[in-house]
Ligand binder design. Structure first.
Ligand SMILES: [Mg+2]
Ligand SMILES: [Zn+2]
Length: 239
């Protein structure tokens, strides 16, 4: 949890009077940001044979365990084979503004990466089904073993024990460059990267947290709004 005592980083895009900006790159959360609702929560609820997942969720919500320990236990508790999970995922609906965002950034030559605390197999299925398989995606990893799944966390960060997938690692050293980082998210796993991004679009609990902490961000309710705001920033180079 970032300290409110730390000075907030300004969410400011360089103006035309500044030296020419080196451009942008955009990182976006998946669950409840691109998807309608939290897909991973839905899977855990639908395919857990016991209530153990709730105990883990409560321990995580109370801060007694980190997100990685919580997700690891919840995924290991699932009992499901891929065809059932795929059928469940076929019902996932996405914010239609995400296609607009993908298309805008593609036209402008701006890198877009999904960064998610969900799992690669689930996201690959949903993205392919919605014609979005071309969007780069970084997520936790999953393998099947019969009716069980084995999770792993290739983007965990020993310096950030609260995160399962520490999303900021994709744009902090050694993965940083001169481009301004735009981050779009909604929830608790987005707090860590949001405190290191140059421009943050936030909704729901992320927005509430950033406002409480006095950190600059732009509120949004759907990705069509974000796309329109970014189009203005890109074309007029101002907030
Ligand atoms: Mg989310
Ligand atoms: Zn982190």
């Amino acid at each position: 949890m970032p300290s409110a005592a730390q000075p907030p980083r300004a969410a400011r895009v360089p103006s035309a009077r500044d030296q020419a900006p080196a451009g942008f790159r955009v990182f976006i959360d998946f669950d409840n940001t691109i998807s309608r609702g939290d897909i991973l929560d839905g899977i855990i609820e639908a395919f857990s044979p016991t209530g153990e997942w709730r105990t883990l969720e409560e321990a995580w919500a109370a801060g007694r365990i980190g997100a990685r320990e919580c997700l690891d236990g919840q995924l290991r508790g699932l009992r499901a084979r891929w065809p059932e999970l795929a059928r469940h995922l076929d019902g996932v609906r996405l914010d239609p503004g995400f296609v607009l965002l993908r298309d805008l950034l593609r036209r402008e030559g701006i890198e877009l990466t999904i960064v998610s605390d969900n799992f690669d197999l689930f996201l690959a299925h949903v993205l392919a089904r919605n014609g979005l398989a071309d969007v780069p995606c970084r997520a936790n990893h999953l393998e099947f073993a019969g009716d069980r799944v084995v999770p792993s966390f290739p983007f965990s960060n020993p310096e950030c024990p609260g995160c399962a997938h520490c999303k900021k690692t994709h744009f902090l050293p050694p993965n940083d460059d001169a481009r301004l980082v735009v981050f779009i998210g909604d929830g608790r796993s987005d707090i860590c990267p949001s405190t290191h991004a140059g421009l943050v679009f936030a909704k729901d609990s992320l927005l509430a947290h950033l406002r409480r902490a006095g950190r600059p961000c732009r509120a949004y309710s759907d990705l069509t709004e974000v796309t329109e705001a970014l189009a203005i920033i890109l074309h007029e180079n101002k907030i």
